[in-house]
Design a protein around this ligand. Structure first.
Ligand code: PDD
Length: 283
């Protein structure tokens, strides 16, 4: 079955989908994106992603190309046309096409691209059962990490460097030696005292929609939660660690910079929260 993409108002074969060479996303990374998890054919945490999308667009003064309801319809159509049951849908909106000039061009129309793909949930579950290794990297990003911008160069460099060290995620460290977040996920620990800890929201991190969901699930379990920054050494001494994102959901971390966390295997809280997450996505 051939894949279908949505590009500026048309559903087109994925391998023929294209945008103009003077699209500002291509030339300046002048755009934003969103990734929704698709579970059982449905977009999970849909409203949260729409809320963040509209905020990202607003912060960059990019016009909203269509109403949420119409956009939601197109997202679901792309999922349906690609017969994705479990996977993701990716949306990218850039400022649009114009002769190259740094300042915003007048009368520009935003470009919009949507793709969807299936994910191997069995492999993801297997990875979560084993847990992943993470490596720390210097956080070299800009000062507005709360905007879900397509400008991801420091993130991809950190992720690649982590891969080269045999780790599946990079945890980025700020100038104070505190972890901000993962290259494409939020970072969590369960402290020695059993407190679920993740950095508080600010322009230092992306406000993860999965993070928000996991905080709600933690409240349901009446877990102790502290939204504050932690260091790599605190993480190494923690009982557990994990990451969250629409793609990884809740994935346990068992090693940080080659040092085992807790007992060096997925912890009970991370595993329970992953189960809760999957359950809430299924209903
Ligand atoms: N990444 N932090 C960063 C830097 C991210 O890129 C992401 C998501 C998250 C988690 O956000 P959410 O829970 O809303 O997915 C945190 C997406 C999945 C990506 O770039 O593919």
């Amino acid at each position: 079955m051939s894949r279908i993409a949505y590009v500026n108002g048309a559903y087109v074969p994925h391998n023929q989908a294209s945008v103009h060479i003077e699209d500002r996303g291509y030339q300046f990374a002048d755009g934003v994106y969103e990734v929704w998890a698709v579970r059982n054919g449905r977009l999970f945490d849909s409203e949260g992603h729409f809320r963040r999308l509209s905020r990202s667009l607003g912060e960059l003064e990019i016009a909203t190309p269509m109403a949420d309801q119409s956009l939601s319809h197109v997202l679901r159509e792309v999922v349906r046309k690609n017969r994705v049951k479990n996977g993701l849908v990716y949306l990218q909106i850039t400022r649009g096409v114009a002769p190259r000039d740094h300042a915003f061009p007048k009368g520009i129309v935003p470009s919009i691209v949507i793709t969807s793909k299936s994910m191997n949930t069995q492999l993801a579950d297997k990875t979560a059962k084993i847990g992943i290794a993470v490596a720390t990297m210097k956080d070299e990003r800009w000062a507005r990490c709360d905007i879900k911008s397509v400008s991801l160069l420091p993130n991809i460099l950190a992720k690649q460097a982590a891969y080269e060290k045999g780790a599946l995620e990079a945890w980025m460290v700020d100038d104070e030696g505190l972890i901000t977040e993962g290259a494409s996920s939020n970072a969590w620990i369960v402290t020695k005292e059993g407190v679920l800890t993740t950095r508080s929201l600010s322009s230092d991190i992306l406000g993860g929609i999965t993070r928000e969901r996991v905080l709600a699930l933690a409240a349901q379990r009446q877990l102790k939660v502290d939204e504050r920054a932690f260091s790599a050494s605190e993480a190494c001494e923690a009982r557990e660690a994990f990451i969250t994102s629409a793609i990884n959901m809740v994935t346990p971390v068992i090693k940080l910079d080659n040092q085992a966390i807790g007992e060096g295997k997925p912890g009970p809280l991370a595993s329970a929260l992953r189960k809760d997450y999957l359950q809430s996505a299924a209903t």
